[in-house]
Design a protein around this ligand. Structure first.
Ligand code: AQP
Length: 332
C-alpha cells in the first residue's frame, strides 16, 4: 500500500488555502487509499520569531481542525512532530548529506529570510535548515507520496535529492518520495494581493480566509477581494489574477471548472457573492465539528498520544538503519 506523509505548520490560524490545497484531499482521498500519516509539524514553527504559548495553542488547534476536516484516526495516523524524536535524529544525519548552497537556493527560505529582516529580526539558522528537517519528516516513514500545495514542491524535490544521494553513498536506506498536488486549489492566492499565496502567517488579515472565520467575516473578505480593471468575468491567470483566484476558489468549493464558471457570471459582484456562499458552505461542517471537539479536549489528546506511538514505531527502524549506514556505532 502506498505510504503517504504530509504536515501542517502551526505558525498561524489555518486558512482556506490549507484546506483546499491540502487538508480536504487528505481527508477525502489520501486516508482512504493509502497508509497515511499526518503531522502537526511544530518544530518547523520555531524557525521564525514565535511566542511559545501561541505555538502550543495553534498546535492543539491544528490537530483539532484536522480531525474536524475529516481525518479519522481509525484510517490514518495523526500526531505532533515533536512527540516523535526520530524526526530530529534523522534531520542531523541528512544535514550531513545536504549542502549549504542547496539550502540557500530554496525560494521559501529567501522569501521568509527577507520578511524576518524587514521586520528587524535576525534569520534563525533553523530557517535555513528547515527543508532538511522536512526531508527527515518524509524519509523517516518510507514515504512514497507527499500530497502538498504546489508551494511545497521544491522542498519535496530536496527530500528526493537527499534520499537518492544518501542511498548512493551509503547503501539503499530510503524510499524516494514524490510530491502530489490537487487538480484545483493547489495554490489559493491572497484576496488582497492575488500575486501572493494565501499564507497563514502573513500580516494581511483581510486577504486571508481563516477556517474558523464567521460567515459574515468570510462574506466581507470575499466581497472586498481585489479584482482587476475591466467588467467581463474572464479566466486568465496572467491578465486577471484576482478574478482567476476567485474562479479557482469557487471551482475548488463546488467541484466545477474555473473556465466554465467564468461564463455563468455576468458581473464581478455576482461572482464574489457566489464564491463567498460556496466558501461558507464548505467550511460549515468543519466549523461545527471543531466546536464539538473543543468541548471534548481529551478526545484530541488521546488521538495524538496513540498517533505518536504508532509513528515512533514506524520511523525507528528506518532512522536506526540510516545511523548504521552512515557510520555511527550501534548503542551498546
Ligand atoms: N495558499 C495555499 N494554497 C494551496 N495550498 C496551500 N498550503 C498552504 N497554503 C496554501 C498547503 O497547506 C499545507 C500545509 O502548509 P504548511 O502549514 O506546512 O506551510 P506553508 O505551505 O508554508 O503554509 P502557509 O499557510 O503559507 O504557512 P506560513 O505562512 O507559516 O508559511 C501544505 O501542503 C501547503 O502546500
Amino acid at each position: 500500500m502506498t505510504r503517504v506523509f504530509s504536515g501542517i505548520k502551526p505558525t498561524g490560524h489555518l486558512t482556506l488555502g490549507n484546506y483546499l490545497g491540502a487538508m480536504r484531499r487528505w481527508a477525502e482521498v489520501d486516508q482512504h487509499r493509502s497508509d497515511a500519516l499526518f503531522c502537526v509539524v511544530d518544530l518547523h514553527a520555531l524557525t521564525v520569531d514565535h511566542d511559545p504559548a501561541r505555538v502550543r495553542r495553534l498546535s492543539r488547534q491544528a490537530a483539532t481542525l484536522l480531525l474536524a476536516a475529516g481525518l479519522d484516526p481509525r484510517l490514518c495516523t495523526l500526531f505532533v512532530q515533536s512527540h516523535v524524536d526520530e524526526h530530529a535524529r534523522l534531520s542531523y544525519v541528512l544535514e550531513c548529506v545536504a549542502s549549504d548552497g542547496e539550502m540557500r537556493r530554496m525560494i521559501q527560505y529567501k522569501e521568509k529570510a527577507r520578511r524576518e529582516q524587514a521586520r528587524g529580526g535576525s534569520v534563525r539558522l533553523s530557517l535555513l535548515t528547515y527543508p532538511v528537517l522536512m526531508a527527515a519528516d518524509i524519509l523517516a516513514y518510507g514515504t512514497d507520496d507527499v500530497p502538498v500545495g504546489d508551494d511545497q514542491t521544491q522542498h519535496v524535490e530536496l527530500a528526493r535529492d537527499l534520499a537518492v544521494r544518501f542511498n548512493q553513498r551509503y547503501g539503499h536506506t530510503f524510499v524516494v518520495p514524490r510530491a502530489t498536488h490537487p487538480a484545483v486549489g493547489a495554490r489559493v492566492m491572497n484576496l488582497q494581493d492575488p500575486l501572493s499565496k494565501m499564507g497563514k502567517s502573513d500580516d494581511s488579515g483581510p486577504g486571508i480566509v481563516y477556517l474558523l472565520d464567521e460567515p459574515d467575516v468570510i462574506r466581507k473578505k470575499v466581497m472586498r477581494a481585489v479584482t482587476d480593471s475591466g467588467r467581463e468575468v474572464v479566466y486568465d491567470r496572467a491578465a486577471a489574477p484576482g478574478l482567476a483566484n476567485l474562479l479557482e476558489i469557487l471551482a475548488a468549493c463546488t467541484g466545477g471548472n474555473p473556465e466554465d464558471l467564468s461564463g455563468v457570471h455576468n458581473s464581478y459582484g455576482a461572482l464574489k457573492a457566489d464564491t463567498a456562499e460556496a466558501v461558507i458552505e464548505i467550511l460549515r461542517p468543519v466549523q461545527a465539528r471543531h466546536r464539538e471537539l473543543c468541548a471534548d479536549p481529551g478526545q484530541v489528546e488521546g488521538v495524538l498520544r496513540e498517533g505518536a506511538e504508532r509513528a515512533r514505531a514506524m520511523a525507528r527502524p528506518t532512522v536506526d538503519a540510516a545511523y548504521r549506514a552512515i557510520g555511527l556505532l550501534e548503542p551498546v
